[in-house]
Write a protein that binds this ligand. Structure first.
Ligand code: GTP
Length: 236
């Protein structure tokens, strides 16, 4: 494995990634494995920011008749639970972290302050951004793209269950073809659902590449960072 290609990264973890195989709640073995991988990357001198989703705790309205904004705020709270979980796990391994929330809850964590976040990163702390962007109607993918732009991350590592972007769902179609490389334009035009279109457009406009890769293969965060061809690279 070579040297890291990037100095400052944004790691986007879906909430489901923390749930393990049961798909709901928090599997601490899984969280600790992810933390161990983050630690390895921090030990290489890479500055790591992270955004975690909340789908392992709250999946949105899912057909319930519920106010969209209320549901989205519940999702933001779910991301805070996940952020604190990741913080606890990382700090048990000796990795110093700071959680910053997009919605003020000062007794629980720092509020998001861009310049403070950058300073934490410069000091080698992992910064976990919680509560999405603080706005309903925006996904945590969009929050990851927004924060990545704000902190000038060089790349977004988008950890998924699937090992890249395919032309159709590989779990349904065994002949689905995986892309090694894609442009943002192709993602939007083919409606490939790498991220939602708001997040994709934000990355396109701000020229932030995305590496889509599978998290369940141990060592993949480091591999992606070192430029190994393990998933799909999306760029301009
Ligand atoms: P520097 O000293 O500037 O490098 O950063 P620091 O984060 O160590 O300093 P600070 O004194 O701001 O924070 C000390 C601890 O308090 C850290 O664990 C922060 O996460 C936490 N902290 C800072 N601001 C807040 C806040 O508004 N709410 C909560 N709950 N914790 C905070």
């Amino acid at each position: 494995m070579g040297n890291p290609k990037y100095k400052r990264i944004m790691l986007k973890l879906s909430g489901e990634a923390l749930a393990g195989t049961n798909g709901f709640g928090i599997d601490f073995d899984v969280v600790n494995r992810i933390s161990q991988e983050i630690k390895e990357v921090v030990d290489l001198g890479v500055q790591v920011a992270a955004v975690v989703g909340g789908g392992n705790i709250w999946r949105g309205r899912d057909g319930r008749s519920m106010d969209r904004t209320t549901s989205d705020y519940m999702g933001m709270l779910a991301t805070c639970i996940n952020a604190l979980t990741l913080q606890d796990s990382l700090e048990r391994m000796g990795v110093i972290t700071r959680v910053q929330t997009a919605i003020e809850m000062r007794e629980i964590a720092e509020p998001f302050i861009r310049r403070k976040a950058v300073r934490h990163l410069e000091k080698g702390r992992v910064v976990i951004f919680a509560a999405g962007s603080g706005n309903p109607y925006f996904s945590t993918d969009t929050a990851a793209a927004l924060r990545a732009a704000e902190i000038e991350a060089e790349v977004i590592l988008l950890a998924k269950k699937v090992d890249g972007v395919y032309d159709s769902d590989p779990r349904i179609n065994k002949d689905a073809k995986k892309f090694d490389k894609l442009s943002f334009y192709e993602v939007l035009e083919k409606d490939l659902k790498v991220m939602d279109s708001t997040a994709t457009s934000l990355c396109k406009d701000n020229d932030i590449p995305i590496i889509v890769f599978a998290l369940d293969e141990p060592g993949n965060i480091k591999r992606a960072l070192c430029g190994e061809n393990i998933g799909t690279l999306v760029g301009n």
